[in-house]
Design a binder for this molecule. Structure first.
Ligand code: THU
Length: 146
């Protein structure tokens, strides 16, 4: 994974965050998933008036990847987030539930997915392997699914 593709994923995630439906938290998140064929699938957080039903950006993006039949093809994901209108530069990590959902793709694809984390703006990118963010993960392999 080159620095170039990390920053390209962060830029794609930022563009997706522009479509966040986040009127309750006012915190916009974007995710961009890189697949083995070089294509990129994006998602944004999708909140609901019944707050607990809200969907995270990473989950939306990975559900779209699944709908394309490509859940086993995930190489990397870029995630950004920040308060709307604040120009936040702090890098944002996926929440616990999203780490578990990324793990589904990681185990099925047999890849330790790269997770590039950025802020709503700024140049900072923190890169992790999923195994660092979610060590000793429970997943499909535990159920005999591969
Ligand atoms: N959010 C995400 O989209 N991804 C994460 O990993 C963390 C949180 C969203 C959920 C909610 O819409 C808003 O950020 C504030 O929590």
């Amino acid at each position: 994974m080159t620095e170039h593709s990390a920053s390209a994923l962060i830029l794609a995630a930022r563009a997706a965050a522009g479509n966040a439906h986040a009127p309750y938290s006012n915190f916009a998140v974007g995710a961009a998933v890189l697949l083995t064929d070089g294509s990129v699938v994006t998602g944004a957080n999708f909140e609901n008036a019944s707050y607990g039903l809200s969907l995270c950006a990473e989950t939306v993006a990975l559900a779209t990847v699944n709908a394309q039949g490509k859940l086993r093809d995930v190489v990397a994901i870029g995630v950004i987030g920040g308060r709307i209108g604040h120009g936040d530069t702090a890098t944002v990590r996926p929440c616990g539930r999203c780490r578990q959902i990324i793990n589904e793709a990681a185990q099925l694809g047999g890849r330790d997915i790269l997770v590039h984390c950025g802020g709503a703006t700024g140049d900072a990118i923190a890169t992790h392997r999923l195994s660092e963010l979610l060590p000793d993960a429970f997943g499909p392999a535990d159920l005999g699914i591969g």
